[in-house]
Design a protein around this ligand. Structure first.
Ligand code: SF4
Ligand code: SF4
Length: 418
């Protein structure tokens, strides 16, 4: 069987119906209030499948549920007996967006690398991922900037590209192949014309993004301690601490663990989703809370997404889905925070350049005219002002160093030696 096939749209429901008979099928469904959400679909005739809108909540909730039982316990004759509860339902996630698929890859790293989480991993190994790349990015989407979309070249089990009256179906992994082979009578091989049409769709989609978000620069500024710390106090005046940004984020994965009694002698240990935006999240036994202030919690959230993940997994843990942009009424979202971090750092570095320039003029090492020219050049080259002077042959590193030391009334090594 070739790796690229065609499924006519009129056969989609029949194909999904077959899947739903043998697997738990999760797909984007428009409900009676007009909201699109990922839902478990048992009868395709009763639902309105929606592949146009991005579901409000991410599909990662089906891999890491809002609450789940880890094990049950029973007390009998003074002894405790434990029974494990491992999820085993075979699931097909259909209608995923590339950003959400990337979020799943990030969760895989979190739950697989240091400590292997059997609950997540068991669910994950029982899940087949079918991607539907976006042809029309939404207003706040920035997967292209985040490097997670809009199309994927690997990672999916199947990828369905909408070509109008048909889907180009790409087989990515054996689980996807098995699904297609089982009901192969729905599919025909794709032609070069179909592949060219997909290529055009990719180019078209990539040209339609309204948001360009420089996550990379923001990550580096965080890592290099170049973020203006007053930013978090400013943001705290706009954040209501509701936690919505973390609950809609496909890569957020914090949880709490508690014991819940079922009867006098039985109970269960449960895991529930938690949020770093909520004050109780870091409260310790005894009442001490290291992140008491809202500004500290906001900082931690963005630090985790932009710096910690970058250092540990070599990419930020924002996949550019845009959900936090839509949900936060205080505009404390990834797009605005990244823009502010980059803009503030730029202002700080231009203020620093100006300060250095003034010192050099005051000490008579350069003229005001030379400073003006160097600042103009620096705007194009992006070099630090000192480097610009050195590269232009106006000053040496030692001369700049001595001027700065002098300004701060600290004798330089050269002066001390004299
Ligand atoms: S940043 Fe926005 S969504 Fe997140 S907790 Fe604050 S107000 Fe709620
Ligand atoms: S931080 Fe915002 S844009 Fe980024 S993945 Fe989370 S919800 Fe989506």
């Amino acid at each position: 069987m070739p790796d690229e096939l065609i499924l006519n749209k009129e056969h989609l429901t029949s194909f999904l119906r077959k899947i739903a008979r043998e697997h738990r099928l999760i797909a984007p469904v428009k409900n009676r209030y007009g909201d699109t959400l990922f839902e478990e679909v048992s009868c395709l005739d009763d639902i309105s499948l929606d592949l146009e809108s991005r579901p409000a909540m991410p599909p990662t909730h089906f891999l890491l549920p809002q609450d789940e039982t880890l094990f049950r316990y029973k007390r009998e004759d003074g002894q405790y007996y434990f029974s494990e509860v491992l999820p085993e339902v075979s699931t097909v996630l259909f209608g995923l967006r590339s950003c959400d698929l990337w979020a799943i890859f990030l969760l895989d790293m979190v739950f697989e690398q240091d400590f292997k989480d059997p609950f997540y991993l068991n669910r994950r190994s029982n899940t087949i991922l079918i991607n539907n790349p976006c042809l029309e990015p939404m207003k706040n989407c920035f997967c292209k900037s985040a490097g997670s979309g809009p199309f994927l070249t690997e990672g999916y089990d199947l990828q369905f590209t909408d070509l109008g009256d048909r889907f180009l179906v790409e087989i990515g992994r054996p689980k996807g192949k098995a699904l297609v082979e089982k009901w192969d009578y729905f599919f025909v091989p794709a032609t070069n014309k179909d592949k060219n049409k997909q290529y055009e769709a990719i180019l078209e989609a990539e040209s339609r993004f309204q948001q360009v978000v420089d996550l990379n620069t923001a990550s580096l500024r965080f890592i290099n301690n170049e973020v203006d710390e007053t930013l978090w106090e400013e943001l705290a005046t706009r954040c209501q601490g509701c936690g919505a940004c973390t609950y809609v984020c496909p890569t957020c994965h914090c949880f709490n663990i508690a014991d819940r009694p079922i009867s006098e002698t039985e109970g269960e240990r449960i895991r529930t989703k938690d949020s770093c935006a909520l004050p109780g999240f870091t409260r310790l036994a005894g009442g001490h809370n290291p992140r008491q202030k809202r500004s500290q919690r906001i900082r931690r959230r963005f630090y985790h997404k932009l710096a910690f993940a970058k250092e540990k997994y070599h990419r930020s843990s924002c996949v550019g889905c845009g959900r936090c942009v839509e949900v936060c009424f205080g505009h404390v979202d990834m797009i605005r925070v990244v823009e502010t971090i980059c803009e503030k750092a730029e202002k700080r570095s231009s203020a620093a350049s100006l300060q250095l320039g003034e010192i050099l003029v005051n000490t008579g090492l350069i003229s005001s005219e030379e400073l003006k020219t160097a600042l103009e050049k620096q705007a194009t080259t992006g070099k630090p002002l000192g480097t610009q002077f050195i590269d232009d042959g106006l000053l040496t590193r030692d001369e700049i160093g001595r001027a700065l030391w002098h300004q701060m009334n600290i004798p330089s090594t050269a002066e001390t030696a004299d």
